[in-house]
Structure formats: C-alpha cells, structure tokens
Design a protein around this ligand. Structure first.
Ligand SMILES: *Cc1c(COP(=O)(O)O)cnc(C)c1O
Length: 465
C-alpha cells in the first residue's frame, strides 16, 4: 500500500470536520451530529474509510472516476507538469502544450465537426459559458432577442447561478433566486413516474413534442438553444423512451435552434461509446464535458463547439474567461486519462463485454418484489422502488424515505449506491470487472432485501393514493 497512513481516530477527524468544513448538498447540522464518513484512500473500484471498510464504489465518486482509482500514470504526469509549468493563462495570446494536446485529442474523439474546445474548471462553469456563448452567437448573427434557452424539469446542469438555472431541480430553484431570466423548462421523459396510461412510445413522442410546442409558443426567433443530458444522471438515471431523441433531433433540425448535449456524465465511455450523443444518435452543436474528462483526478470541464459556432464566436472578442481555462496540470492529467482510455480500449470493453454483462444482471433485479423498472445504458443504471409494480405506485411516505433506507443498507453492506427520491442508481468506474459486477449485484440484492424488511417493519409498505 502506498497510501498515507492515518493514525488519527475517526471521531476526532469527524469533530474537526464538523467544526470548520461546510459540505455541499448537506444539512450541515444533521451531519455534524452523525459524523461524516472519512475516506482515506482508494484503489481500482474500491474506496477505504478510516474504520477500515473496503467499499465498492458503485458511483465512481460522483460519476467521474471512469478509469478507477489509483492510476500512478496520472500522478506522474501531474508532478512532471507542476515542475515544468504549474500554471500559465491562455488569455493574453499565449498557450501551452497541455492545452494544445488535449484540444487536439478532444477534437479527434468528438463526433462530427465538434472541433473546438473552450475550457472551464467544472461542468457548471462550462454550462455558464454555454449560456453566454449561444446568446452571443445569435447576437453576432443579428438576432439579439434569440436568447431563450429551453431545458427540462429535473435536469441537472450544475450548481452555479447559470448551471442551476439551466437545471430543473425544484429544490435548487427554491434557494438563491433561481432561475435567471429567459430559461424555459419543459417536462422530462420519465415514463415510469409520469406517463399515466400512455405507452412508452407515445409518451416519448409526446414529451419530445413539448419542445416544439415551446418553440412555437415562445417564437422561433426568441429561442437560442435546447440543452439536455443524453441520459439524465442526477435526476435518477432517466432513460428516455426510444421515440424521444429522434423526435427531439427532428425538431432541432426543423427550427433554427442550437442543440447542447450536456455530456458531463455521458461522455468518455459511460454509455458504451465515447459520447452519449453517439449512443443516442444526437447531433449537438455544443457538448458540455467535465467529470470523466479527467476521471476526477483534476477539476476540469469545457465546451466542445462545432465549426460554425466557433467561427461566429471567433469573429469578435468573446468577453469571457476563467483564470484556470485549460489549466496546464488539469489539461495534462485529462490528456493522460484519455490516452489510457484509448490505449487500453476501455470504451470497447465496456460496450462489448462488461456493460452487456452488467445489463443482464441489473435487469434481473426487476424480479425483486420492491423493484418496478430497471433501466441501464452502458455503465449507468437505475431501479425504481415501488410497493406495487402493476400500478407503478409511489410509496405513501415522503418521496425518498424508502430510497434513503435502501441507501443506508447499501452503505452497511459496503456498496455505494445512491438514491434519487425512491430510485436507486449506479454509475461504477468503467474498469469494473465481471467479478466485481457480481459483487455489486450481490450486495445490491442483499441491501434491497434488508431495505424491504425495514420498510415493512416501519409500516411504510403502503402505496400513495
Ligand atoms: C455534475 C454535472 C454538471 C456539473 O458539473 P460540476 O463539475 O459539478 O460543476 C453538469 N451537468 C451534468 C449533466 C452533471 O452531471
């Protein structure tokens, strides 16, 4: 083991954490009482905590550690780059080799004429860039009023003011004055939860056509862009019915609307291709990237932009940038991460071997009495928990009560599986082996059994009206 040794007790670390560290998306007072889990090191698909637990990370951190933990090559590249050139900006007609090499590689990997990269420090920042870029694009084309961006309820596009506004998370909009003006949300294609008696096919079409209705209502001359995740991640790994994306593409082609694919999760092999847009046959003008771009080893994001948009934006000074645009250490690490994914054929292994294996096992979870639907695309999957599969019933208890119970059981069984409301989701490192998939599924089943027992014990096995 090469990890740093830890001789400090867990409770001491928890107290010190609670005293000074504010956690994101957390009720701090509650966590301070309970104590945060202290993660000390990680290797492959496993993370280790300060109590010595070996936990299978079914979420790849936050959907990002695509190549798994503990790859020395990335540490080496980071150290070398820090010695050579730890930082320089790209504002003042300067550039550096990591930014050149990474941009070249991204242009080669990205589909179609997505050939130009504007960097950011994260996915949220990249989406902030996108808001300004698409609006400025239309302004430069003489259409300054074409500035409304259409997004979807329950989408996740980050947590900055711009990213949070694009996103459709009600709980986020309730705080801090979101969304900003001229962002319009249509409904998501969540068949399980929202389709009533409609078939999947009809529902997918209907939800896609909401885009057309919105464009017609707002006016084609007012709508700048539509943004969507190819597969919604943080919203609960919502896989749209098959009819959805072809119809969305048809609508975007028909009207003069830029299509932004938020590939922050779906990119870099997650869906079994380099990008989710390829899996779902989407032709975006801009792709948002982050997370798997560096496998989380360094914070970096960006927008991959098509020739036409890059040309128009490039015809004027774009008054926008971040100190850490294309940060040399982050760019060098991202480039090495992508080299590894390419050289080791990780995307092919996912598509041809491990993802089909996981799919079969994952879909078999529907035979569990508490599991309604099981959805999976590549290495991102979800199951809907329900007290009655036939009616696709929700639980009577507050949404998320049952999901949280199951998540706690997973933790106790050394599996990280998240809950979004009463959906359980996974997004493991892409390098997970078949044996490790077996372990994941065994622990998930055990946790579902124990979760169901707990739900019954607490009298929560009851459907909402
Ligand atoms: C995580 C995420 C973001 C935000 O990325 P950050 O790096 O957390 O700012 C944006 N879009 C999607 C689809 C994401 O999953």
């Amino acid at each position: 083991m090469t990890h740093l040794s830890n001789s400090i007790s867990t409770s001491e670390l928890q107290q010190r954490d609670a005293a000074h560290h504010m956690h994101p998306f957390t009720t701090q007072a509650q966590l301070s009482q309970k104590g945060a889990r202290v993660i000390t090191h990680a290797k492959g698909v496993y993370i280790y905590d300060s109590d010595g637990h070996e936990i299978l990370d079914g979420m790849a951190g936050l959907w990002c550690v695509n190549i798994g933990y503990g790859r020395d090559e990335l540490a080496e590249v980071a150290a070398r780059q820090m010695r050579d050139l730890p930082y320089y900006n790209t504002f003042f007609q300067t550039t550096h080799i990591p930014a050149i090499e990474l941009s070249e590689r991204l242009a080669r990997l990205a589909p179609g004429d997505l050939n130009h990269v504007f960097y950011a420090g994260s996915g949220s920042e990249a989406n902030d860039t996108n808001i300004r870029m698409v609006r400025h694009y239309w302004a430069l084309k003489g259409k300054p009023d074409k500035n409304i961006i259409i997004s979807r309820h329950n989408a996740y596009h980050g947590s900055t003011i711009g990213g949070g506004s694009l996103g459709g998370m009600t709980a986020m909009h309730e705080q801090g004055g979101l969304p900003i003006p001229n962002i319009h949300h249509i409904n998501q294609p969540n068949w399980w939860a929202e389709a009533g008696n409609m078939s999947e096919q009809d529902f997918g079409l209907a939800r896609a056509q909401e885009l057309e209705h919105a464009i017609l209502e707002l006016g084609e001359n007012r709508v700048a862009a539509f943004i969507a995740e190819p597969v919604q991640g943080a919203g609960g790994v919502i896989v749209a019915p098959e009819t959805y994306w072809p119809e969305i593409q048809r609508i975007c082609d028909k009207y003069e609307i830029l299509l932004i694919a938020d590939e922050v999760i779906c990119g870099f092999g997650r869906t079994g291709n380099w990008f989710g847009s390829q899996t779902l046959n989407i032709r975006p003008h801009i792709m948002t990237i982050a997370k798997g771009l560096s496998s989380g080893y360094q914070p970096i994001g960006g927008s991959i932009v098509c020739d036409e948009v890059a040309k128009v934006i490039g015809s004027d000074e774009f008054n926008h940038g971040y100190t850490y645009n294309g940060h040399p250490v982050a760019a060098a690490v991202a480039n090495e991460n992508l080299r590894i994914i390419e050289d080791e054929g990780i995307v092919d292994t996912v598509r041809n071997s491990t993802a089909p294996y996981l799919k079969e096992k994952w879909e078999s979870l529907v035979s569990h009495p508490m599991v309604g639907e099981a959805k999976i695309v590549g290495m991102m999957g979800s199951i809907a928990l329900t007290p009655n599969k036939d009616t696709r019933a929700k639980f009577k208890a507050d949404t998320g009560t049952v999901g949280y119970i199951c998540r706690e059981k997973c933790f106790a069984n050394n599996l990280i599986m998240r809950h979004v409301g009463d959906r359980m989701i996974i997004s493991p490192p892409l390098v997970i082996s078949k044996d490790e998939v077996d372990i994941l599924i065994t622990r998930a089943l055990k946790s579902l059994d124990q979760g169901m027992e707990e739900v019954r014990k607490q009298g929560l096995w009851e459907a909402a009206e």
